[in-house]
Ligand binder design. Structure first.
Ligand SMILES: Nc1ncnc2c1ncn2[C@@H]1O[C@H](COP(=O)(O)OP(=O)(O)OP(=O)(O)O)[C@@H](O)[C@H]1O
Length: 378
């Protein structure tokens, strides 16, 4: 597998055509049959990747088909590098598209598949090297595994330096061991391409790692788009929080400040009992203040599991908890706990931290978080 800064990837990028190529959608509506999206506006700068997250049927593939010209836009416009594409046929759009199903020609070798269309004259060596597909060039797609075919399809989408790259779940058939390395290779290829990419995924890790921007699509409506960090750390609503993989979503009531507490403290609780006290009521969404309830969103990676006797620390919020169970998930342990108020909480721990905790199911723990890692949703 090619390394993150594989020289071949650099050479491949150097041969990509230079020039501005922003993707701009203005009130674009797309649809399949009777299904139709809401209008969407978007500006994706050259070189940026938009990772689109959404449930099944949200309209992700239909959007890619519309950008590629396989489905007609129902309304609005689509510009790429200042060129209006809205009504151009697919072959005039200079778009590389990796479909959800690899769509390689089954009776052609991998080499001939790569040489099809835009790839007829394009240099291939650097791309073949970066994606590690050299050994399969003379094989037919049917002689490859699903994951191997996906890599070839990825190369075919990238060949000839398209102005816009569309990737529909590019890693869905890649085995879990190869996925992190391939993700990094692709991230580097996309970064060096200098052209926009729209990538559809169900995996928040793909979206976080590959997306400069993240868009969350729900039944044809873009709920939130923005910098990946903003969408992941500050999801606009509950659906976005779920789609971006927030594990802890605690529905809490806004309680009156306790006696003698500063008036601007925010006291959140359950059944009248205090769960969290936060500095500053300003962090609460205005409609949550009015409704006197909100959902507290905390990513599992922001909860630090500590031994129950750990001394308190300034500016940290500590929650008493009891361990339910712990499971190894690749490089991290996922700790499932129950808070004193009865709500469940999940925290990640690195293997060394998990070992040094030395706790078992039923043992007491402290879950620590920084106030800035906690986000209140209406
Ligand atoms: N051939 C079709 N005829 C009619 N409606 C369709 C057709 N294909 C898809 N749809 C509808 O269009 C909507 C958008 O489908 P689309 O395939 O874009 O969703 P998606 O977000 O890509 O889903 P998935 O994650 O399952 O691939 C869906 O609600 C679906 O019901």
């Amino acid at each position: 597998m090619a390394a993150l800064t594989h020289p071949a990837a650099t050479a491949f990028a150097a041969r990509s055509r230079p020039g501005a190529a922003d993707l701009v959608l203005r009130g674009l509506q797309w649809g399949v049959g009777a299904w139709r999206s809401s209008p969407a506006d978007l500006h994706l700068a050259e070189g940026q990747t938009l990772a689109l997250l959404g449930h099944n049927g949200a309209g992700k593939s239909a959007l890619l088909d519309t950008l590629a010209g396989f489905l007609p836009a129902r309304a609005g416009s689509l510009h790429l590098g200042g060129r209006e594409l809205t009504h151009l046929p697919p072959e005039q759009r200079r778009i590389g598209y990796m479909f959800q199903r690899d769509a390689l020609f089954p009776h052609w070798t991998v080499r001939r598949n790569l040489r099809f269309g835009r790839g007829a004259q394009a240099p291939l060596d650097a791309l073949i090297d970066a994606l590690d597909i050299g050994p399969w060039l003379d094989l037919l797609p049917g002689q490859l595994s699903g994951g191997q075919r996906q890599r070839v399809a990825l190369a075919r989408a990238l060949v000839g330096a398209p102005d816009l790259l569309l990737l529909d779940e590019p890693f869905s058939a890649i085995d879990p061991e190869s996925r992190p390395a391939l993700r990094l290779t692709v991230a580097e290829l996309l970064r060096q391409r200098g052209r926009p990419t729209v990538l559809v995924t169900h995996d928040p890790t793909d979206a976080r790692l590959l997306g400069d921007q993240v868009g969350v699509l729900d039944n044809g409506r873009l709920l939130q788009t923005g910098l990946a960090q903003t969408v992941f750390e500050r999801p606009a609503d509950l659906r976005t929080a779920r789609l971006t993989g927030v594990d802890n979503l605690w529905p809490l009531e806004l309680l009156e400040p306790a006696d003698a507490a500063p008036a601007d403290m925010l006291r959140l609780g359950l059944n009248g009992q205090t769960v969290l006290v936060l500095p500053g009521r300003a962090s609460a969404p205005p409609n949550a203040l009015a409704a006197r309830r909100c959902t507290v969103a905390v990513r599992a990676e922001h909860l630090q599991a500590l031994r129950a006797d750990t001394p308190p620390q300034d500016d940290a919020i500590d929650l008493d908890a009891e361990l339910i169970d712990a499971r190894c998930e690749g490089a991290l342990w996922r700790l499932r706990c129950v808070l004193r108020c009865g709500l469940q909480a999940q925290a990640f721990a690195l293997p060394a931290a998990w070992r040094s905790l030395d706790v078992r199911a039923g043992d007491a723990l402290l879950l620590r978080l920084r106030p800035q890692d906690l986000h209140l949703l209406p």
